[in-house]
Design a protein around this ligand. Structure first.
Ligand code: SAM
Length: 302
């Protein structure tokens, strides 16, 4: 089903949010609307843009665009995976477009990846319109669960699911809508309970230091109250409002330095990466002075 979308006017899609970024908007020129529907969980739009390839939008917020998606997928995947010495069992919450899965299976040491996506519509549309992202969803290491990620983690905590993970990646949409619970303390506690010793979690923070630094401070306070270690890093993505997105990475192993890779990509692995490298891993944790003071509560660098 296709149709016009309320965020598209005179051939331009505009992302607006009075609550999160009042007084500004981010626009992309639309070549063609490929799909618009209301799934059981959210408003789903896919359009072909004039300069950024196909774009997936959920509840009016851009999730990924073909031209720059690798900047997000690589950083949210490879920062925790290379910070871990030997990740074997990986859980991805959300991520129905498949971009993170594509990155996780690049690690030969990973034996199993579980994807927990609430909305099958996102998976189906990504396979149709974002094939370069969805390309690994049928990989033999990948197991797909169509359910609520919060409930899935509750089942892990109650041992109804008898598994623990080395790395958990929360590749969710923003707090308004089905992903709301992912930005609260109970979720961080469930993540901690689902980790193997030495395990690492990372979550997209939904904000960046230009848009809403107070919100990031609050999220970091939650992360610090649950985990021994919590760090903020970021990636640059032109199609996210303000051009960047924060990531929060945590572990209960106080010996781990999450800001440095424990393993370095082999030459073969590095050759197929476009954004991540060991230097940018560390650099992504270094913040401008004012942001470092507010987010990390200090002014002494990393
Ligand atoms: N790269 C994106 C970003 O940061 O904007 C996230 C991409 S991915 C498309 C987000 C996915 O999280 C969506 O497919 C959405 O359906 C899924 N999601 C939202 N709430 C969820 C929940 N409670 N359980 C599992 N998946 C959820």
């Amino acid at each position: 089903m296709s149709g016009q979308h309320p965020s598209i006017k005179e051939g331009w899609f505009t992302e607006l949010s009075d609550e999160h970024f009042p007084g500004q908007g981010f626009s992309l020129q639309v070549e063609q609307v490929l799909h618009h529907s209301r799934s059981e969980f959210q408003d789903v739009l896919v359009f072909k843009s004039t300069n950024f390839g196909n774009v997936l939008v959920l509840d009016g917020i851009i999730q990924c665009a073909e031209r720059d998606e690798f900047a997000y997928q690589e950083m949210i995947s490879h920062v925790p995976l290379f910070a871990h010495g030997n990740p074997k069992n990986v859980l991805v919450i959300g991520g129905g477009d498949g971009g993170v899965i594509r990155e996780v299976v690049k690690h030969d040491c990973v034996e199993k990846v579980t994807l927990v996506e609430i909305d099958k519509t996102v998976i189906d549309l990504s396979q149709q319109f974002l094939p370069s992202m969805a390309c690994a969803l049928n990989h033999p290491k990948v197991h797909i669960n169509l359910c609520d990620g919060f409930q899935f983690l509750r089942d892990v905590a109650l041992a109804a699911i008898d598994e623990r993970y080395d790395v958990i990646i929360t590749d969710s949409s923003d707090p308004e809508g089905p992903a709301e619970a992912f930005f609260q303390k109970e979720y961080f506690e469930l993540l901690k309970a689902a980790l193997n010793p030495g395990g690492i979690v990372i979550a997209q923070a939904s904000e960046n230091f230009w848009l809403n630094i107070d919100y990031l401070q609050g999220l970091m306070n939650i992360a610090h109250s649950v985990f021994q270690k919590a760090n903020y890093c970021y990636t640059t993505v032109p199609t996210y409002t303000s051009g960047q997105l924060g990531l929060i990475i945590c572990s209960d192993d106080s010996r781990l330095d999450l800001t440095r890779p424990q393993r370095h990509p082999s030459q073969q692995e590095q050759d197929i990466l476009k954004y991540y490298n060991p230097e940018i891993h560390h650099a992504s944790f270094i913040l401008p002075t004012w942001a470092d003071r507010l987010i990390n509560g200090r002014n002494d660098g990393i």
